[in-house]
Structure formats: C-alpha cells, structure tokens
Ligand binder design. Structure first.
Ligand code: 3HC
Length: 696
C-alpha cells in the first residue's frame, strides 16, 4: 500500500478544525508536510466557520521531527536552500501569532521539530505514553523551529510543557474543548514568545549561561552545536524572543553544513541501515520467539548477557560449574539490576520480575527445551569445544548455539555452531552477529530480533579472528606501543587520543581490559596477522612487574576507590626497559612528534585494517563498520565512524602517510592493497566494490 503523505483538515460542528500530519512511519516533517501545514493554518485562520484549531499526528504519533533525509540531501548537494523556511513563516506568524487558539493533541512521539510545533501551540494536551524530546544535538544541529525561545520563556521542560494528561481515547475531545475554551476566554490565550514571567534577572541568566558554557567546554569540546545553543538562548534572553528566533534560524543553517552534522546524520542513517541484511530481512522470513535461553558462564560477560535477556522478559537458565561460581553469577545479575534501579532506570517491581525469570543450574537438564544457548566462558578453545560437544546432544534441534567469544574462530569452536554473538559488555549497545557457513538466514533474523529486544544494535558480520570491531582496532594499541618505544610519553599519547574524542586513550583502555587478557589476545592476533604486527614487550614487562591493570589497582595508572585514575610515574622504568629491548629509537634518541602525528600513527593503521575488513567482505557495507566502531569502540560519533572519518581525511593522504611511515618504521604501517587502490584511483573507502568477495 502506498504511504499516505500529507496534511488534512477536518472542521467539526463545534467550529474546531483538526489538522492532522500524516507521513508514516513517524510523521516526519518533510517539505510537503511543512507546505501542507502552512496552507492549512492559513486556511483555518481565514475561514469564518473556524473558531479554534487542534494539531495532531496520524497513527498514534505526533511527529518524529524534521525530515532528516533533507539534511542528507543538503550534505550531498551543498544546497542549503533545500531547507524550508519554518521558524518565522510557520511557527511565529501562522502558529504563535494566530488569532485563533491552537492546541496540540500529542500522542506517542513528539521529537525535535515535532515538539517545537507542539510548543508553538497555545496549549498542549498529551496522552500518557507521549515521548517529548529535542534530540537535535545528537544530529549536530540545534532545534531550529524556535523551540529554545519558547522553552526559555516557559522555564524549561519541567514547568508547563504539557498542560493536561488525558487517556488516549479522550485526547481529541479534550483538546477540542480546550481550544474552544481558549477561544471563548474560559482559558488563557498564552503566546509564549511574548511572555517574560519565567525568566529571571539578566545577571542571574548570565551566571547560568557562564556555568553552562564551561560545562559544554568540558563535556562536548569538539561539538559546536552545544556551544551554539547557549549563544542562541542568550540572544533570546538579552534581546527578546523574536531576535532569538532569527538568530536560531541563522545558526541552525550554519550548523546543518558543519562536519559534525554531516557525521552525525551519516551515523543516524548508517545505524538504521544495519537492520537491512540482504537475503535475510528481504525474503519474507519472520523471527521466531526466544522464550527460554541458556547462558553458560556467570562471569562478567555471562551475567551481563543474562541481565540483558531478563530485562527483555526472556527466561534465562544460568549454568555454572560449581555452587560457588553460580552464586557469584547470580549475585552479579542482582547487582546489575540493582544498579539500574539506583540510577532510576528501572523500577524495583520490574527488577523483581526480571530476577524471577532467572534460574541457576549446575547441569544440562534444563537445556532440553531451550531456544538458544549462549556460551560465555573464558577464551579457551578446548573448553569451548568440549562444551559445544556436550550441548549439541542435549539441546532441541531448533536451538541456536552461540558463543560469546571475541577472538576465536567459530569454525574451530564447534562444527554445528550456528552463531556467535558478541556482547562486549551489557552496557555496550553493539551486538556483533557473526555469520558462519552454517548460519541460516532464519537464525540471523532470529538473532537480530533478539538483539533489538534486548535494546542492542545488531550488526551482521563475517567470520574472522577478532570479527569486525576487535579486528579493525587491534592495531590501535600497537600504534601506541610503537610511539612509546620510539620515546613518546605514554600519558601524552592518552591525552591526545582522548582530545581527539575517544573516551579512553590506548594505555588506559589496556589497564581497563587487564594486561593478562591483553597478552593472551596479542598471541591470538600474532598467529592470525603476525606479518603486520608490531611486537612490543611492554605488556609482558608490565605483568611481570605486578601491574595487571585496573583489576589489581595498578597498570600505567594507579586506581584507588573513589578517585580518578592517576598517571603512575614509576611505570616509566618499565617503559625504559621496553625501549631498551626494542631499540627502535633513531640514533637512540626519542623522536619528536606533533599531536596530529600521534593521532595519525595510532589511527591510520586502524583505518588500514578497516580497509582489509572491507576488502574481505567481513561487513555488508562500509557504514556498518562505522556503526560498529562508534558503538563497539566508542569512536566519536561526531566524526561519523572510522571509515567516514578516513574518507573525510582522504584515502590518498592516509596512504601516503602510511607509506612514508612504513619506509621508516617497517611493515606495521604498510598500506593495504585496498587502501592503495582507492588512493590511486581517487575513490572513497566507503564506495562499494565492483565485485565483492564476501565472507557472508
Ligand atoms: C528543525 C528541527 O529542530 C530539526 C529536527 O527536527 S531534526 C529531527 C529530530 N528528530 C529526531 O532526531 C528523531 C530521529 N528518529 C528517531 O530517533 C527514531 O527514528 C524514532 C524514535 C523516531 C523511531 O524509532 P523506531 O521506532 O526504532 O524506528 P526507526 O527504525 O528509528 O525509524 C523508522 C524509520 O523512520 C525513519 N525516520 C525516523 N525519524 C525520522 C526523521 N525525523 N526524518 C526522516 N526519517 C525518519 C527512519 O530513518 C526509519 O526509516 P527506514 O525504515 O527507511 O530505515
């Protein structure tokens, strides 16, 4: 059925016009909707049989905001005139200043521009599950339809954003009545832009803005939209609402064209593209429900996975090898739930309900009717092989067998193994679903659906050591070790990388993961990709000196309860030992590098490996790797993900830099064939290949 896109107006006998936005699935404010709204409001204002107006959305959703596809078109064409004029023409002139009262009847989503339209009305009536929000900052822009100005005068969301909350079935009737009451003078006719009663004195406002600017500088240093919104608010406070609206429209257009907006809009669509898997989601299959899932291993990973499943209402059987470990596993699940409750993210009731779905076991008896098994034991090939051999006999034929390994080849773990799913931690949003030759389209679909149910973003990838994310990022630590062995200060490296936008520098990340694990993982990568590894003895020396990382309070940093990690200057003797052993400093003297060079020596090898991942068809499309890098490695989303960023920097530049570095420092930096080809042919890394060599 064709989508019905448009704006309708129906006028009732009571003299109230109901204007309805219709643009499935989220009633986004595409250009025809905006022109439709202008036309209907003009009409309603002119018609003498209309006393008042109600604005609403079709299909149980008010509006998901401005049409983000338009941002994408502006980015592709560079033509800002594609942005329709909304804030003055529609929001101020036709809505705010309308002679007839307007009431928003809000059900479901009212986001971004959608909420702004509701705020331009003279009152808002909402149904209980309405979701109101201004997510524009996550797209690199600010609310551009006048929201900030209205919000300032309203005194923020908590105070009076919604005038009444009514059951869904009464939403329209109450809104109509409310609109008529305003028209008849029984309720106040409030035009927000004219109000000043909720704004404090200028000096108070300036003090708040000063603090907010400092906060934005601290938490969002690389994101211009956070700073811009403070400027726009200030304009409204100092020079009045209309001035604010004009400034907002001007700044909005500048921000739409910014690199940050380009990157964030790319990530928005890239994330949605991950749910489209050729021959899986387009062949009419339906996901099967996962009612009962077994998790083997109650450690950090296993208990995290169990928590996520329980929260999605799935029965979980948690298997451990002895009562002690089982008790620990159950306690970890309880602690995870408790922490959600204490942070206000879960009610006590729901936590209790989730826990009642958990059953701890020490044998496989419960496995005979499970829909899926997720193995989450330590990274030991023999142990994993033994487990899968045992459960293959017991589980029902439809059961999906999955491993949570992050490094081991799935084909080595078990012949009948249909799946690997990676949950880096229960707090991470990425879910890598690794497809082997044995994995059917149905199983992939089932796992994608389960992934969404547990609020993860599933990305389907091919089988290789490290899969998509860990494989792409294995050179991350090595580049950092190379720099330190060349004489660069390790704490400076961490500082430079965090100011680039990663939450942790490579050394602090190593501390967090634990250096014992780091050593084991390094061996696995050395076996698979040894010809392009930089072998640094630093991790081994660190472990030898009793520094296992955060886990024992000491790594490159000192970890004390209740305080931030402190750089440990005594680790420098370990670093010196490593430098002596590698002996790579030219002429025995530390090299001198700029901050930019530090970023390049660490992240260009990552881009190089990402190119191999693309070349081998480990991901379906380049943008999947962007999403995986953002959600799995916390690569800054405002840089668009690893491939998007590399395309912004330029494949030719990266190729030439790596070539020069490889001539000086060896094979670790040698450009890959894919990168070389793209650089030579002036192609972007993200452009699809003519013929694809896929691992899926
Ligand atoms: C001037 C203004 O101030 C500027 C703005 O308004 S900017 C826009 C502000 N709005 C937003 O940021 C909301 C963005 N959307 C979302 O967060 C989520 O899509 C949602 C919460 C609305 C719905 O989530 P969910 O139900 O999981 O569905 P989801 O898969 O994300 O979206 C369904 C489809 O709607 C599309 N969509 C969602 N919001 C859209 C929007 N604002 N514009 C265009 N398309 C949109 C998605 O791309 C997706 O398309 P697809 O099926 O072709 O992939």
């Amino acid at each position: 059925m064709a989508k019905k896109i448009g704006v309708t107006m129906e006028v009732g006998n009571d003299g109230v016009a109901v204007i309805t936005i219709s643009n499935p699935p989220v009633n986004s404010l595409a250009s025809p909707i905006i022109s439709g709204l202008k036309e209907k409001f003009q009409d309603a204002n002119q018609r003498s049989d209309i006393k008042a107006i109600v604005l609403t959305g079709n299909g149980g959703r008010f509006s998901g905001g401005f049409d983000i596809n338009v941002f994408q078109q502006v980015h592709k064409t560079g033509d800002i005139s594609l942005m329709p004029e909304v804030s003055i023409d529609l929001v101020c002139n036709l809505m705010e200043d309308s002679r007839k009262p307007l009431v928003a009847a809000v059900e479901g989503l009212a986001l971004g521009g959608g909420l702004e339209l509701a705020m331009a009305c003279h009152a808002r009536v909402a149904a209980p599950k309405a979701q109101l929000g201004l997510p524009e900052l996550t797209l690199g822009v600010i609310p551009g339809f006048g929201a900030f100005q209205v919000d300032i005068v309203r005194g923020g969301q908590k105070f009076g954003l919604v005038d009444a909350l009514v059951p869904s079935g009464e939403l329209l009737s109450t809104s109509r009545k409310w609109a008529l009451d305003i028209a008849l003078g029984r309720k106040p006719f409030l035009r927000s832009l004219h109000r000043t009663d909720k704004i404090g004195s200028l000096s108070e406002a300036r003090a708040i803005l000063k603090d907010t600017r400092q906060l934005a500088k601290k938490i969002a240093p690389n994101m211009p939209q956070h700073h811009a919104c403070i400027d726009v608010i200030e304009e409204g406070i100092v020079h009045g609402g209309y001035s604010g609206v004009l400034k907002e429209a001007e700044v909005f257009k500048q921000l739409v064209m910014s690199d940050t907006a380009k990157a964030l809009v790319h990530v928005f669509f890239a994330q949605r593209a991950t749910s489209k898997v050729p021959n899986v989601t387009d062949v009419g299959l339906k996901p099967r429900p996962m009612k009962k899932v077994a998790v083997i291993g109650g450690g950090l990973m296993g208990s995290g996975i169990a928590t996520a499943l329980l929260l999605s209402n799935t029965r979980v059987v948690l298997k451990e090898i002895n009562p002690d470990y089982l008790q620990k596993g159950i306690k970890s699940v309880e602690a995870n739930l408790k922490s959600l409750v204490s942070r206000g993210k879960l009610t006590q009731d729901k936590a209790g309900k989730a826990l009642s779905l958990l059953k701890g076991v020490l044998d496989y008896a419960e496995f005979k009717d499970v829909d899926m098994v997720i193995e989450a034991v330590i990274e030991n090939i023999q142990l994993k092989q033994k487990i899968f051999k045992e459960i293959e006999e017991i589980c029902p034929p439809h059961c999906i067998l999955a491993s949570n390994t992050s490094t081991i080849d799935l084909n080595v773990i078990g012949e009948k193994l249909t799946q690997k799913i990676a949950f880096p931690a229960h707090i991470m949003t990425l879910l890598e679903i690794v497809r082997t030759e044995n994995t059917s389209a149905q199983v992939i679909l089932d796992l994608m659906s389960l992934g969404k149910a547990i609020k993860k973003v599933p990305v389907v990838v091919g089988n290789c050591i490290g899969f998509a994310v860990n494989r792409t990022f294995f050179p991350y630590t090595q580049g950092a070790h190379m720099l330190v062995n060349l004489g660069v200060d390790l704490f400076r490296v961490d500082r430079v990388i965090t100011s680039f936008g990663l939450p942790l520098g490579p050394f602090q990340l190593g501390d967090l993961a634990g250096h014992g694990i780091g050593m084991a993982v390094k061996e696995i990568y050395a076996k698979a990709y040894g010809n392009r590894m930089f072998r640094s003895p630093l991790t081994e020396l660190l472990v030898k000196s009793g520094r296992n990382g955060k886990i024992n309070g000491r790594g490159y940093y000192i970890y004390e309860k209740g305080s931030k990690p402190k750089p440990d200057s005594s680790v420098l003797s370990v670093v010196e030992e490593s430098r002596k052993l590698t002996n790579i400093m030219p002429g025995g003297k530390p090299i001198s590098v700029t901050d930019k060079e530090i970023v390049e020596m660490i992240l260009f090898p990552v881009v190089n490996e990402a190119c191999r991942v693309l070349d081998e068809g480990v991901v379906i499309r380049a943008s999947d790797l962007d999403v995986a890098s953002v959600l799995g490695m916390s690569f800054p989303s405002y840089r668009g993900g690893i491939i998007f960023w590399a395309d912004t920097v330029g494949p030719k530049y990266i190729y030439e830099k790596l070539k020069r570095l490889s001539e000086t420092y060896g094979g670790f930096f040698k450009p890959s064939r894919y990168l070389e080809e793209r650089a030579m042919n002036g192609m972007r890394l993200s452009e699809p290949k003519a013929s694809s060599r896929s691992r899926m």
